[in-house]
Design a protein around this ligand. Sequence first.
Ligand code: ZN
Length: 472
Amino acid sequence: MTETRKLIRGVHVISMDPSVGDLERADILITGARIEAIAPNLGEIDAEIIDGRGKVALPGLVDTHRHTWQAPVRGLAADWTIGQYMTGLHLGLSGLFAPEDTYAGNFLGAIEALNSGITTLLDWSHNVNTPAHSDGAVSGLIDSGIRAVFAHGGGADMYQVPSDRYHDEDVRRVQSEYFSSDDQLVTLAMALRGPQFSNLDITESDLALARELGLRSTVHVGDGEWGKTRPVAGMHDRGLLGPDITYVHCNTIGDDEIDLIALSGGSVSMAPDIEMGMGHGWPATRRLMRAGIAPSLSIDTCTSNAGHMFGVMRTTLATQRGFDNAAPDASLSNVELTSRDVLGFATMEGARALALDHKIGSLTPGKQADIILIDVDNVEMSPLNNPIGQIVYGAHPGLVDTVIVAGRLVKSQGKLLGEGPRTAIELGLQTRDALFARVARNATLPGAAPGGNWQPDALGAPIEEGVPVDIH
Ligand SMILES: [Zn+2]
């Protein structure tokens, strides 16, 4: 069978690949799932034509840490403290999710991500209470059409911290049932609790399981006060660090621990919106970069912040610029962190953090055709005097005109295609209503209701010896 061809004509290309560069007006030829060619004028080609005029082509954005299952309860925690988030969500609603709710969450959350130009996400899946929940989570990702890494975590019962339970061996079944090949749109990793939410013995065992199965791992470290308990140093002392681990947050770990991550070849996922809103500490951008680590970026949880990468890029840039400008030796002649750096965090560095940089992260012939087009022919973006600067500071999901994943068109002319989005909205509403009906029947969460007025009682003093403060 002849592979289908698409030709994006006359588009402004920001490739994020130095060998391709930026091209003010070029064509992108897609053959099947791959980018075939990028050049100023590819001539007449028998292909489906996509008009790229008035648009900027970027690699699909990469979110390296997202608790996708939470989409049906989005927004609830906008005005909660971390203590309220712990009781309201992790000790409350999460345990009430049925497998079909986890499916709905992942389906809705993944389609939300696609709509905003995120073509790849790592689903940090820590609401898989049973094998059926894992099945639901995986199926929700697959059915959405997004490229994803399903990071198998525990369920609510594994987050009754500090936990003495080992990682669920059901990950073996999940791997054999869904992930016999790495050459598929959705692949597998393990989301580990790590020293902060279990202990070093369990961390050592859990990492051994991941490595036995040939899987990468992702672990939260450096969240708030709890992150000051030297989680990375403890893992280093046990010889556990390695290039197969992504460390999430890193706000309050020591500079020496950041150096240990760098020396081991590990990667980092920062989520500055959540980190500042929930009390993790200041984003570690500069500390990471001084150690030679270019971070990736993540949404984390949509229970507070929006699910798109443009906001995260802006927060990353603004907070670091704030630090740099407040420094006693602040430069009046140039900025240290540029908008191109931050766009790199959201694309290539995300791909590297997921070990998918041979496939995605840049517009490069031979790579997978994960491409987004930003509409710049509008009163918000025209004239386009500084494409990357204007996109990082001014873009939003409403300007994402076209989204292509592995050569397949999922959004065109500003609209998601197919029945998936409508189904996702309806499933999300059903799930939300079912959850709150269960809350009402069980009276487990007094006052719990959507609407913006629910203020759960907070978990008590968050900083006690041996008691973690954050599991998001
Ligand atoms: Zn998280």
